[in-house]
Design a protein around this ligand. Structure first.
Ligand code: ATP
Ligand code: MG
Ligand code: MG
Length: 538
């Protein structure tokens, strides 16, 4: 079977893996523990799961922990949480660091075979030489000299520290990744798992082909921007196979990287947002991390559906956030409970002349078409709070509908000098036809027995102002200065029992997720607005 290219019209990865046999496929998801998982990683994880399932094979989750300077326990713990939240089912959990002894042994064999050499050319100069295809003066070092320096590197000595061990491939190759890439470099930093045991660490290029093969990975999925590295991967793997009998082959299969508009998806850049305090943490609702978008009200099912609808296209495209939030809305709308809120700023009292002298409490479903959402108590009283925006749109004599109650007629509208409505009066017309009114108003009782709850309604904007961030953009120039918007409101008393993470609709205001539930008087319930996929006017 051919890997094929082009667009899959109907989503789903209906293109198979080359040389795949049922029951024998092994895929792997190899996160580096240098940040939390983002939505691009979720694609990689779910795609590996998809193919493992399709061929009744196995999935390995591997912590690719070869760079102690970037990695820490916090990231390992949170990636494990993200993997669990994504519902990933894996057969083995492994660590590249478990293979350090074997990789060092392999380094030894490669040097003896004349396939690696130690180079102390300064980093800048080395980069320049690689660009020009010029050989380093160290390329001709003898096996003995390389072995001697290798020992210095493993010991982390002064001489060792100035050297890097490079593959001896081809400095003249048109493919830049073939120009003697670095295989091992020294690092004195504490490694999150092996501590100070090692002073020299393999690069990704050096470790990945070996670990893939030795773990029996049959298909290594990589994003298509690694296409150039395919030749290098196969060169390195076949060199190892000659020195390490029995190392099997690995197929590389590439897929397109997931990008989103107004978003950076790179741990280096996301780390910057965390470290500079522009967001609270990795799980900030503005972050494109798995934890961030779940905290913003994304349902796991919506995330999965979106990713699997991507298809096997190898074209790198920028996805619209609206698309994934639309999928999410379709899942939450049919089930999430309805509640009522009135904005604090400019809220207006409507006095109903014939309203009930004593407040009446009626029971209503929390979702009219979904009984499992339960019931809520609605208090009807003589005085009702309305939103300023609604009050300002009324006309004297107009008949309106009070939601979950019936019609009323507006009698007087009192305004201040600036034109804002300060008070309304009217009377009920419960025999009136609710289908004939222009406005269906949300309202809350103003009565001593009806304790309204303070709410903080929080909405967010993109962290990045530019729609399509390109490779040569400096993302720090594109940072949106204001991305968090907060409004005080009052909520109906039923909201007291909402739990953290629960999703609800505030009638006529939109969908929200509870970030801080009710915590006692004086402390607002914090609700985050969930985008619903429709472009909003902010
Ligand atoms: P980042 O740039 O975010 O650090 P990375 O590739 O360096 O990404 P890894 O932890 O090494 O981070 O990635 C784990 C896996 O996720 C790899 O297989 C990688 O190719 C894949 N991956 C990373 N970013 C994306 C993305 N935007 N779309 C699809 N797959 C991705
Ligand atoms: Mg990586
Ligand atoms: Mg990266």
């Amino acid at each position: 079977a051919a890997a094929g290219g082009g667009e899959a019209s109907t989503g789903s990865f209906d293109i198979g893996l080359p040389g795949a046999e049922e029951g024998k496929v092994v895929t792997r998801f190899p996160p580096e523990p240098s940040g939390y998982l983002h939505i691009g990683h979720a694609k990689a994880a779910l795609l590996n799961q998809y193919f493992a399932d399709m061929y009744k094979g196995k999935l390995i989750v591997r912590f690719d922990d070869t760079n102690p300077s970037k990695e820490k326990d916090e990231f390992v713990e949170n990636i494990l949480k993200d993997i669990a939240d994504l519902g990933l089912r894996y057969d083995r959990l492994t660590y590249t660091s478990d293979y350090f002894p074997q990789l060092l042994e392999l380094g030894d064999k490669m040097i003896r075979a004349g396939l690696m050499y130690a180079d102390d050319t300064p980093v800048e100069q080395m980069r320049e030489q690689r660009g020009k295809g010029e050989e380093s003066a160290c390329r001709g070092r003898s096996v003995e000299e390389n072995l001697r320096i290798w020992e210095e590197m493993k010991a982390g000595s002064e001489v060792g520290l100035t050297n890097a061990m490079r593959f001896k491939i081809d400095m003249k190759s048109v493919n830049g990744t073939m120009r003697d890439p670095v295989a091992f470099r020294c690092n004195q930093t504490h490694h999150w798992r092996t501590g100070h045991k090692y002073k020299v660490y393999p690069t990704y290029d050096c470790a990945c082909p070996f670990v893939d093969a030795v773990e029996g990975v049959t298909h290594a999925l990589r994003t298509s921007e690694y296409k150039d590295r395919e030749e290098q991967y196969y060169w390195i793997l076949s060199a190892y196979q000659k020195l390490w009998p029995g190392l099997p082959n690995v197929h590389i299969w590439d897929y397109s990287r997931l990008n989103f508009v107004n978003t950076v998806l790179s741990k280096r850049k996301l780390t910057w947002f965390v470290d500079t305090g522009r967001v609270e943490s990795w799980n900030d609702p503005r972050m494109p991390t798995v934890q961030g978008i779940l905290r913003r009200g994304m349902q796991i099912e919506a995330l999965k559906e979106f990713i699997l609808s991507q298809g096997a296209s190898k074209n790198v495209t920028y996805q619209e956030w609206d698309k994934i939030w639309t999928i999410n809305k379709k899942l939450i709308d049919p089930v999430c409970p309805r509640h009522t809120a009135v904005e604090e700023a400019g809220k207006v009292l409507l006095t109903l002349e014939d309203g009930p002298a004593e407040p009446e409490v009626v029971t209503m479903p929390r979702h009219k078409k979904h009984a499992p959402a339960g019931l809520k108590a609605v208090t009807r009283s003589r005085q009702l709070w309305l939103d300023q925006a609604d009050a300002a749109s009324l006309a004297e004599g107009e008949e309106v509908t009070l939601m979950d109650w019936g019609n009323a007629v507006v009698k007087t509208i009192t305004r201040d000098a600036a034109g804002a409505v300060t008070a309304l009066s009217g009377h009920l017309n419960l025999a009136g036809d609710v289908k004939k009114t222009r406005l269906k108003l949300t309202w809350l009782a103003h009565a001593p027995a009806c304790e309204l709850l303070p709410l903080s309604l929080v909405d967010f904007d993109y962290l990045i102002t530019k729609k399509k961030v390109e490779e040569d953009d400096n993302f720090q120039d594109l940072v949106n200065p204001t991305t968090r918007f907060e409004k005080a409101a009052l909520g109906d008393p039923n909201m007291r029992t909402l739990q953290k993470g629960e999703v609800l609709q505030l009638e006529r205001k939109g969908y929200f997720v509870v970030d801080e539930p009710y915590r006692g008087p004086g402390r607002p319930i914090v609700l985050f607005a969930i985008p619903d996929g429709r472009a909003k006017s902010q």
